[in-house]
Design a protein around this ligand. Sequence first.
Ligand SMILES: Cc1cc2nc3c(=O)[nH]c(=O)nc-3n(C[C@H](O)[C@H](O)[C@H](O)COP(=O)(O)OP(=O)(O)OC[C@H]3O[C@@H](n4cnc5c(N)ncnc54)[C@H](O)[C@@H]3O)c2cc1C
Length: 455
Amino acid sequence: MIVELDGRLLRRGDAAYEDARIDAIWNGRATTREPAAIVRARTIEDVQAAVRYAAREGLRIGIRSGGHSFVATGVRQDALLIDLSALNSIEVDTATRQARVQPGARAGEANAVLDKHGLVFPVGHYPTVGLGGFLIGGGYGWNSRKLGPGVLNIIAADIVLADGSLVHADDESHPDLMWAVRGAGPGFFGVVVCYHLRVHPAYSQVLRSVMTFPEELRDQVLAWSYEVLPETSRSLEIAGKTMWQPGIDRPVTMLIGVGFVADESADEIYRAFESCPFRDDALSLSERVPSSIADLHAVAEAGMPKGWRYALDGVWTSAPVAEVLDAGRSTLASVPNADSFLFWMLWGGYPTREDACWSTQGHLYFSPNSVWTDPADDLRMEQWAHSSLDAFAEIDLGGQFSDCNAADRPTHGLEPEQAARLEKLREVYDPDRRFVSYLRPEESTTALGRHLRSR
Ligand SMILES: Cc1cc2nc3c(=O)[nH]c(=O)nc-3n(C[C@H](O)[C@H](O)[C@H](O)COP(=O)(O)OP(=O)(O)OC[C@H]3O[C@@H](n4cnc5c(N)ncnc54)[C@H](O)[C@@H]3O)c2cc1C
């Protein structure tokens, strides 16, 4: 067996082990959890061999694709970590408008390959996010308001199951597996080794507008954006961002509108956004600046450099905006430093689907993003990202698997009925609980986790 994984298996204590462990964690605030071993898979057969090896050794299995989980959900104490980062091929079939994408492929790479074929996918907002975790956890990408979240663009998946077998699942052959792949996030009980995706015709233009408002207009601007959303074209991605800006002594609030021009004109796409009654009071205004997904990725990467420390969280809510602003007031008023920000992401909700367990969502995703570099600030920054959301208890519809930290602020990313069905399927597909599931509070290695346990 070791022969089968020759050169690909690193045990704790091996020279290259710690580099491989840290490489699995994009966040500079890396967990101290130590897998018993790491398999750096190069082929699907390696993945199958690794799963069988784990069964023989009695190890649980965590998965790493792009390594962008903010809390490193795949890196689990004493488990086997299967590293899929080298499984990163992207193949496009222009005739059927489908792509076969391996889980280690990144958002920027997928976008570049599709672009050559005049196609797009709602890839993540950040270029190095792995498709593996992004898709299975929901996947809110560029133009997801129009194209749907990534998860709803999965047509089929090749999956290595807990017994090491490989299945090609589609809605006819394995409807239960497809239902689970579409949204189970870190609770999925298998390894997806290839996603078959529906891709879309490229845009004729991508445009970006930003209006920046002074602090005194914050609540009015955010409230307006919340209420205008239903009248706003789905081809406009619209988000608010409250943050500090150099030279301004109070946090500003930006409204960002990214327009994807395809079957509607830019005028139609921007009509509601540009009717903002506060437009003349903006501190600065840039309108319909030509852009591209690659440009948008570059902006995102510059704002969140690899190696810094990050804590993210968020709540979905569809409550009346006055209640949302009441719940969010102290978070909005306490953005903790120059690099952190509050994202007010107006996704607007999608119809839930019978063939997808992905279910928790709402009008707004209210998301504190803590960004810092000094470990001495961990607790304060983690509290702003996570504990501040306690104020939403009455209007919180749940969180997103992509961002949430289920260990330090338990929340749900599936509705109770979907979560119960997923657990029934786990009994069928992974009766020995070979695959790890959602992080539990006792697994937290953050300053906040230690603080909560000490209370
Ligand atoms: C800077 C940054 C920007 C982000 N932007 C966005 C965004 O725009 N939209 C959005 O929705 N999310 C975004 N995210 C969140 C991101 O989508 C999730 O963290 C996602 O899980 C990352 O996928 P990954 O493969 O890189 O991560 P990993 O850490 O490799 O994987 C996370 C988890 O996903 C599961 N998983 C991964 N691959 C597989 C697989 N092949 N089979 C089965 N399960 C698997 C496992 O449970 C694994 O522990 C962002 C994250 C970062 C750090």
